[in-house]
Write a protein that binds this ligand. Structure first.
Ligand code: HAM
Length: 418
């Protein structure tokens, strides 16, 4: 039996877990302000939920899905992202007539990618999906929510927003023709991956990170001249909306996104602080996905953010909690100490008690832990209805009546240290 975690997975312990929890808590709080309700969908779904919807030629579907046959012979897949499952759930739960739905989620996702800093095989996302509205103002509001989350986490200064339009189907069809013409003219110089994409999904070449492709991609046409008037109107509406919501942005015509369900809006919040894996929060409009899951034609826009990446960006890790250590002196004091311990907890004070050792040992242990106060209870103290409370940072000792102990511990000004 192996003793290491599976490649691309990590244990979240101590500060790592506190960072993750902080990202989720802050995102959840901000999403609530925007009216989002949290959903939990299963971690695995029928493979069909992802295979078509994310794009048959996308990297996620062709190379990265954890797909397996279960004992009943069904093909199942660990979710590589959250949007397809949310759309499936909308349809399965008969909610397609109860629009709009504002859905927030947080949880693990799975992709068989090459692990590196900020990229894992089990990673974690928070996400928000706004299902129903067709107006570009909805896209702007959703992006504003993402921006607010980044600001509330204190990382907005590290991150910039880039937006693009992918137009509607007619715009993309016309653009596709122009791209095929451009890339075919340079076919021989393209990377092998890009040559393959040329036949299947030429738009994705724009996203190529390959050195060979760089110049050819830079010279490629943009979608702008190929936008239908409706698509142009939507794009104008999005940019006006972002101004109205006071979200700063720049336009980047090279954003195409790695999943195929997008139309019109595509956006990414990116940072230079994480090396190659710089996209921290990204999404766009996906007007066809609910229908693909068997629902009626339904408009929607959403984003997801990598919790692992945001956790790396947090400058200050949330400090470790500092409990009060209850230290009984002698066996007879122990029963009374348990009652004090439980009383503190009932009063909302984080408290712990070690089960072994003399006063010196227990104080040493409390000192080594993150405890801020030691509540020392000997026979003499108990007889007088008091405790000796020692501040473990300064060594100051105070006599505190047991009746006032919880209040004393709660009001103790000892700072929380990391
Ligand atoms: P995505 O761009 O594939 O979009 O992923 C969103 C974010 O998840 C990325 O920007 C990144 O921060 C994080 N992420 C993705 N893969 C990994 C990985 N292997 N390791 C660590 N972090 C990762 C989606 O998933 C769409 N569902 C977003 C969306 C929601 N579009 C509409 N609604």
């Amino acid at each position: 039996m192996g003793v290491q975690p599976v490649r691309g997975t990590r244990d979240l312990i101590g500060e790592d877990q506190r960072r993750h929890a902080q990202v989720v808590a802050v995102a959840r709080r901000v999403a609530e302000l925007y009216g989002f309700a949290e959903w939990q969908t299963p971690i695995f779904e029928e493979t069909a939920v992802f295979a078509r919807s994310l794009g048959e030629t996308s990297d996620v579907v062709t190379k990265e899905m954890y797909t397996f046959t279960d004992r009943g012979g069904d093909s199942l897949t660990l979710r590589p992202e959250g949007t397809a499952g949310v759309c499936r759930a909308l349809v399965s739960n008969g909610l397609t007539q109860a629009l709009p739905q504002r859905v927030f989620y947080a949880g693990p996702m799975f992709r068989y990618e090459r692990p590196q800093k900020g990229r894992y095989r089990q990673f974690h996302q928070i996400g928000a999906e706004l299902i129903g509205p067709a107006e570009p103002l909805a896209d702007a509001e959703l992006i504003a929510c993402g921006q607010n989350i980044l600001a509330a986490l204190g990382v907005a200064g590290e991150v910039r927003l880039e937006v693009n339009t992918l137009g509607d189907a007619a715009s993309r069809e016309a653009y596709r023709g122009a791209l095929v013409a451009h890339f075919t003219a340079h076919r021989e110089a393209l990377s092998e991956d890009s040559r393959m994409r040329l036949a299947k999904n030429p738009l994705r070449i724009l996203d190529s990170k390959d050195e060979c492709d760089r110049e050819i991609v830079a010279a490629a046409p943009t979608i702008d001249p190929y936008l239908t008037s409706e698509a142009r109107e939507f794009w104008d509406g999005l940019r006006r909306g972002l101004v109205a919501f006071r979200v700063p942005f720049s336009e980047n015509p090279r954003i195409v996104r790695g999943l195929d369900y997008y139309s019109h809006t595509a956006f990414e919040f990116v940072t230079d602080a994480l090396g190659a894996q710089g996209t921290v929060l990204a999404g766009g409009r996906y007007d066809g996905l609910v229908a693909q899951m068997g629902g009626p034609p339904t408009q929607a826009v959403g984003f997801a953010a990598g919790i692992d990446r945001l956790a790396l960006l947090l400058t200050a890790a949330p400090p470790a909690p500092r409990p009060v250590a209850v230290v009984p002196l002698g066996d007879t004091a122990e029963a009374a100490a348990i009652s004090v311990l439980q009383g503190l907890r009932a009063a909302g004070v984080r408290a712990e008690m070690a089960y072994r050792g003399n006063l010196k040992k227990r104080l040493e242990r409390a000192n080594k832990s993150t405890a801020r106060l030691a509540v020392i209870l000997g026979e003499a103290e108990l007889a007088r209805g008091i405790a000796q409370v020692k501040c473990l940072d300064t060594g100051t000792q105070t006599e505190v009546p047991l009746a006032a102990l919880a209040a004393f511990c709660r009001n103790d000004p000892t700072p929380r240290k990391a």
